[in-house]
Design a protein around this ligand. Sequence first.
Ligand code: PLP
Length: 388
Amino acid sequence: MYDFDKIIDREGTNAYKLDLREKNFGTKDVIPLWVADMDFEAPPLVQKAIQERAAHEIYGYTIRKDTFVQSIVDWVQYKHNWGIEKNWIEYSPGVVPALVMSVLAFSQPGDGIIIQPPIYPPFYSVVSGNDRKVVENPLVEMEGKFHINFQQLEELASKPENTMLMFCSPHNPTGRVWSEEELMKVNAICLKNNVLVLSDEIHADLALFGNQHIPFATLNDQAAHNCLTFMAPSKTFNIAGFSTSYVVGANPELMAAYRKKQNALHLHMGHIFSGVALESAYNHGKEWLKELIAYIEENILFVEQFIKAEIPGVTFFRPEATYLIWMNFKEWGMSQKELKHFMIHEAGVGLNDGLSFGEQGNGFLRMNVASPRSILEKALMKIAQARK
Ligand SMILES: Cc1ncc(COP(=O)(O)O)c(C=O)c1O
């Protein structure tokens, strides 16, 4: 039994979630439930492996052995029932950097890249920051649940200038796990229109409530040929600080072009802890993850019940994956500015601004529930109190 109720003081550790409170919220005085990492300790065997390596006094250049790719092969088979070959895998220093390298490798300046907002904010900056054009196919909300607008996707994909779909699966922030039917439709549209799929599956291991994530590349051979998949142990095991992720591609031409770009940018090396962290998590983290998922599910149900009873006018779709809740505050009738001011200065709770996920996030805030339940309870009570 792992103890996810344990409160761990993160002050003084240069934690983004804590040490950027002042900058992001204008005050340190908020309970931080924003940035997507967890307030839980990493699996004990990961800690041990890192500590053992750190105890050796030389920190020179490092390599990743065959055991690195083998642990990925084994994990992806175990967790997603996806049989991948070792040479389909390439290390990368982060999913976002890998998306950037793919954009550079597979599109030209000025090309349109389709994204489906509300969406994890770097999907915008990865595109526009590299002089490509953001092409939005907003998700459609029906009774709180978010769906892909296939008709519009088809229209956008059919334009020759739109060459790529940056796909988030499971989807952050809405928590959707796309069904096989939905994925097949996306696949058919992209194949028909020669649109390459970059499938960001960083949240794949965190499918909840019996939902099963389906890797895009497993749909069929054509899908596998027309996509790159981006995965990582970072969200799953709370080890994002190790900047370790990987790209999987069954199409050797795509992988060669990806590797060429990553090598040209000299981002292929990685640091001394990258292999240690990934291998120890994947080889020894199964039980820990099962308990984590159960805890997160209970947290989500707890938040749901609390809000229903104590904070009227707030609604959300119960996430099918991720520890992130996309909360709709529209019934409160506040502007986004007023809503943020209320949450920060009256309630004292630090959530992500919905608008950072695109204009579709107006009226929304995102809550990270990967914290001990007592902290969530405290935050929710503060919101309820401030609202009275
Ligand atoms: C959809 C998605 N992709 C990528 C990332 C971050 O990836 P990395 O830290 O490996 O760059 C996140 C983090 O929240 C995310 O939600």
